[in-house]
Design a protein around this ligand. Structure first.
Ligand code: IPE
Ligand code: IPE
Ligand code: MG
Length: 245
């Protein structure tokens, strides 16, 4: 795997989203409880974040828990909350001395979230708020439709003119770079309420592997696919314009 060849390549995605999927199936296929899949998934997440920042990806948005995931059995939700609690402690240790700003997309005022998770999340946002090199966006209790409604109601209350720029100021992702590329593991091909406004011009990749077994090599393969694509944003590329007669 030749990482040096693409490290800091200008064609790398600047903002990448990951829909972490397949933790449960990974565990099931090994005869393990779903919780073991979530634990393995969170270990892989930590490795992949390090890897992607080191590669030169500036911003990351990670879908960890959707506003629809409350429908899962109580025992599974409780385990996920316990994992987030541990994750927030670990990330605090890991990122305190690094130039990474951590933000949370999702409703942190929701009382279904354990108080420890809410407090630790707010603390982490606070202590990293002045950092500038990278942004790590953890989507916890996040739903895209809910985010759009939140932005609409804040904008209506502010009395500001309504346009894309003023609207975006009220999204959780305000200040992040455009979302270039989204990976959803486990072969599912749907967005499940992930960043609908931000994803309008994102490129997508749906690798078959479940998240806990998605390796750095798999990540490179997906990124290389992104780098080879021809993005037009509704227009034409330079050489296409030249031959446009
Ligand atoms: C992703 O894995 C983790 C979360 C959604 C929290 P899943 O738990 O959705 O795993 P599958 O889709 O059941 O295999
Ligand atoms: C999407 O995965 C949510 C997260 C990755 C946090 P799900 O596994 O919950 O999505 P569906 O239910 O298959 O659409
Ligand atoms: Mg799933």
């Amino acid at each position: 795997m030749n990482i040096d060849k693409i490290k800091n390549d200008p064609r790398l995605p600047k903002h990448m989203g990951i829909i972490i999927d397949g933790n449960g199936r990974w565990a099931k296929s090994r005869g393990l409880p779903r919780s073991a899949g979530h634990k393995a998934g969170s270990d892989n997440l930590k490795k992949q974040i390090e890897f992607l920042f080191d590669l030169g990806v500036k911003n990351l948005s990670l879908y960890c828990f959707s506003s629809e995931n409350w429908k899962r059995p109580e025992q599974e939700v409780d385990y996920l909350m316990q994992l987030f609690d541990e994750m927030l402690d670990e990330y605090k240790k890991d990122y305190i001395d690094r130039d990474v700003k951590i933000i949370i997309s999702g409703d942190l005022s929701d009382e279904r979230l354990p108080i420890n998770v809410r407090t630790k999340a707010k603390e982490l946002i606070d202590i990293t708020s002045g950092k500038t090199s990278n942004i790590l966006n953890l989507c916890i209790n996040y739903g895209g439709r809910q985010e759009i409604l939140k932005a609409v109601s804040e904008l209506a209350q502010s009395g500001e003119e309504i346009n894309e720029k003023t609207f975006e100021k009220h999204l959780y992702t305000y200040g992040m770079l455009p979302l270039d590329f989204i990976i959803r593991t486990s072969g599912e091909k749907r967005s499940s309420n992930f960043l609908p406004w931000q994803a309008t011009y994102s490129e997508w990749e749906y690798p078959k592997k479940c998240w806990p077994s998605f390796s750095k090599r798999d990540m490179i393969k997906a990124i290389k696919s992104f780098m080879s694509r021809n993005r037009r944003f509704g227009g034409l590329n330079k050489n296409e314009k030249k031959n446009n007669n």
